[in-house]
Write a protein that binds this ligand. Sequence first.
Ligand SMILES: Cc1ncc(C[n+]2csc(CCOP(=O)(O)OP(=O)(O)O)c2C)c(N)n1
Length: 261
Amino acid sequence: MNLDLSTKAEITWCPGCSNSQILVAFRQAVDEIVKNKELKIEDLVIFSGIGCHGKITDYLNINSFTSLHGRLVPTMTGVKCANPNLKIVGFSGDGDSLDEGIAHLIHAAKRNSDISLFIHDNKIFALTTGQFNALSSKGFKGKSTPEGNIEEPLNPLLIALSSGATFVARTYAGDIQGTKKIMQEAINHKGFAFVDIIQPCITFFDTRDYFKDKIYWLEDNYPRDDFNKALEKITESTQEKVSLGIFYKKDKPTFEEELYK
Ligand SMILES: Cc1ncc(C[n+]2csc(CCOP(=O)(O)OP(=O)(O)O)c2C)c(N)n1
């Protein structure tokens, strides 16, 4: 029997919003790993920041915590420290964790805290109606940059990898099955798992056509333990093609293991 992870909360995302695809992928991911006895549902705690993405915790019948803007990562690491037996998964916006909360992201990756962080990467501040953020491309025109953004964007995967994340992956919200599998591997990874989920914002920055012909999956036998290759691939992806998959995965003691030694 499938777990009923839905709630009675009315979904208030825009009709057709890719957050719904992320929600479906996560429900399926959790349903399967609970059925496979890889996880007990009562051991799972989900977190969200502030933004359109942040509503996801309202739509999941799972223990949850909605944090302040940019502050979900320290909330997650605090809960994990207090009870290391819990499985900690966070949903964050690119603005939430790469602007407001970027210092927390870097330090959680550096410590290899045993948490999974899923970034809803729409390359804008969506809830506040489309201002540019740290991931917006140079030239992006939005509410706060009507003549075009004059800054270069950050590469979120490069930040996670260079800060010490031991699981670094990227997926595309429109590929629900691919996203589900990456989520499952991230949840099962011991250590800091960073997943960048590219998601078009159909209202303020519709990138569906842009990504349609650019995304491709890494081959199945892609070497995940080679830091330099991951670095190369992650930086190459900011060009013409956008690769999806797990770029890096490494076994390393976690912050909580060291703490409780
Ligand atoms: C400290 C703080 N700064 C700014 C805001 C206003 N604010 C609320 S949502 C939001 C945008 C969130 O963007 P993002 O994290 O990318 O999430 P999205 O809405 O795109 O899912 C902002 C700037 C706030 N609530 N708190």
